[in-house]
Design a protein around this ligand. Structure first.
Ligand code: ADP
Length: 165
């Protein structure tokens, strides 16, 4: 299969999970480059700052080739235009994801008809991993070892400890 050049994988990544990494690894088999675009403007209340979210991705993807980690403010479609890339990658886990993603993809198509959103289905073992569920488990002092990369595990623990004092 002839590889397309680059794809943008946007998200909040608060924090990056093994589920996100699975999507990135699989995308690297299809695309020459995956640009992980961390959203600075998000309606979600994040636990980590943009800097921390980027740092966790960097630490988790050490040694990965063909991955760029970037941040963006404002509209994703403006960011894509600025980067000169017209393919967006998103992951799908549940029917709820589908409804939200469909709406976003249609809105983005309206804003930039040249840009396509493509979806990658979660893989079985990762299907229930979400950043918010993992934060909840960590907050309640549960084990998140196999759900996030080890640098993330450490940072989540540190974050909740600092909130307790
Ligand atoms: P956003 O706030 O933009 O939804 P997220 O960091 O929550 O950002 O997710 C980024 C993308 O990764 C979304 O398309 C989401 O559906 C996908 N994703 C998150 N976790 C998984 C997973 N376990 N399997 C597949 N896709 C996932």
């Amino acid at each position: 299969m002839k590889k397309k050049f680059a794809v943008i994988y946007p998200g909040t990544f608060d924090p990056i999970t093994i589920g996100h990494i699975n999507i990135i690894k699989r995308a690297l088999r299809i695309f020459n480059k995956v640009i992980i675009a961390v959203a600075e403007d998000t309606s979600k209340k994040t636990l980590f700052t943009t800097k921390e979210r980027v740092l966790m991705i960097k630490e988790s993807l050490k040694g990965y080739k063909n991955v760029e980690i970037d941040t963006f403010k404002g509209l994703l479609m403006d960011y894509a235009k600025k980067k000169g890339i017209n393919t967006i990658l998103r992951g799908l886990r549940t029917v709820q994801d589908f409804e939200y993603e469909l709406q976003m993809a249609l809105a983005n198509k309206k804003l930039n008809p040249e840009c396509e959103t493509i979806f990658m289905m979660t893989e079985g073992a990762y299907s229930y991993f979400s950043s918010s569920l993992i934060k909840e488990i960590a907050h309640l002092k549960g084990n998140i070892k196999n759900m996030v990369p080890s640098p993330v595990e450490k940072m989540i623990k540190r974050k909740f400890q600092s909130k307790e004092v």
